[in-house]
Design a protein around this ligand. Structure first.
Ligand SMILES: NC(=O)c1ccc[n+]([C@@H]2O[C@H](COP(=O)([O-])OP(=O)(O)OC[C@H]3O[C@@H](n4cnc5c(N)ncnc54)[C@H](OP(=O)(O)O)[C@@H]3O)[C@@H](O)[C@H]2O)c1
Length: 264
């Protein structure tokens, strides 16, 4: 099992894509922290996953809450090998359907607080833990021993690459995640810490499907050369592959998971 005994935090894993990532990681042997703002929902989600899980509550917009959350995980497992920043502000069509000049900076701030600052905050709390793992690890050397610090995966979205008509607060927040990944790759590779962005196209979760009419669901499928939506597990499998050692000399990349719609 490629992620055997790795300790993985997946934010926003009470449902949707995060839940599938947690399930896939667990299936590959990881100990997974299933979390969101709703502890009951996280417990229910964790109970559906075979393997070792721990359900916790965390609000990524709350600094002291995040610090306590990371402290609790470290006290229990003494390390964090993988962080997936997946939490996302719930879809709100009143914000999404506005052009830039119609929207407000308050709306922008609301989304940035979860989708971007949330990711930054988790990285700030987790990076020192991963650095310590690397310092304790003796296998690092310049001719091929990468050392082991950890893996951070930030969930972004294709409008962050292509731009979009509508949803500018979301696209701006998600584009920040791409830059966050690249900065982590440059600043922390020497600690054996790798970072990736997953830029997602249309992925069939209740959160997206329930917010759309049948007509829009069909139109979204047809945007992709594959003529279909992606499945949450298709994202989860990429995340799990990146998190294991097969990608040990690869970092900073944006992997687009959208059936070929946005080619970079
Ligand atoms: N589905 C798509 O088509 C698609 C496309 C591109 C990108 N994405 C991105 O992929 C990620 C997952 O999307 P999804 O469709 O699976 O969404 P989802 O089903 O709405 O799941 C979002 C998760 O984030 C949690 N969350 C929200 N606010 C939070 C906060 N302040 N602190 C901690 N957790 C919080 C939610 O739980 P609570 O509400 O209980 O906290 C939930 O577990 C998001 O970042 C989204 O932007 C999705």
């Amino acid at each position: 099992m490629s992620l055997l005994d790795k300790v993985a935090i997946v934010t926003g894993s009470s449902k949707g894509i995060g839940f599938e990532i947690a399930k896939e990681f667990s299936g590959r042997g990881a100990i997974v922290i299933v979390c969101s703002r709703n502890l009951d929902q996280s417990k229910k989600a964790a109970a559906q996953i075979m393997g070792t899980t721990l359900a916790l509550e965390v609000d990524v917009t709350n600094e002291s809450n995040v610090k306590k959350f990371i402290k609790d995980v470290v006290n229990r497992y003494h390390k964090i090998d993988i962080l997936v920043n997946n939490s996302g502000y719930p879809f709100d069509d009143t914000i999404w359907n506005k052009k830039i000049h119609e929207g407000s900076t308050d709306e922008l701030e609301k989304i940035i607080r979860v989708d971007l600052i949330g990711s930054v905050r988790l990285c700030q709390a987790v990076l020192p833990v991963m650095m310590q793992t690397s310092i304790d690890d003796q296998s690092s050397n310049i001719t091929g021993g990468g050392g082991v610090g950890g893996v951070i995966i930030n969930i972004s979205s294709t409008p962050a690459i292509s731009g979009n008509i509508g949803g500018f607060p979301y696209s701006i927040s998600k584009s920040g995640n791409i830059t966050l990944t690249k900065c982590i790759a440059k600043e922390y590779s020497s600690f054996g810490i790798r970072a990736y962005t997953l830029a997602l196209g249309n992925i069939a979760t209740p959160a997206t499907l329930d917010s759309m009419t049948e007509q829009i669901i069909v139109k979204a499928a047809l945007e992709s050369p594959m003529k279909r939506w992606g499945k949450p597990n298709e994202v989860a499998k990429v995340a799990a592959s990146l998190a294991d050692d097969n990608f040990s000399y690869v970092t900073g990349n944006t992997i687009v998971i959208d059936g070929g719609t946005v080619l970079i």
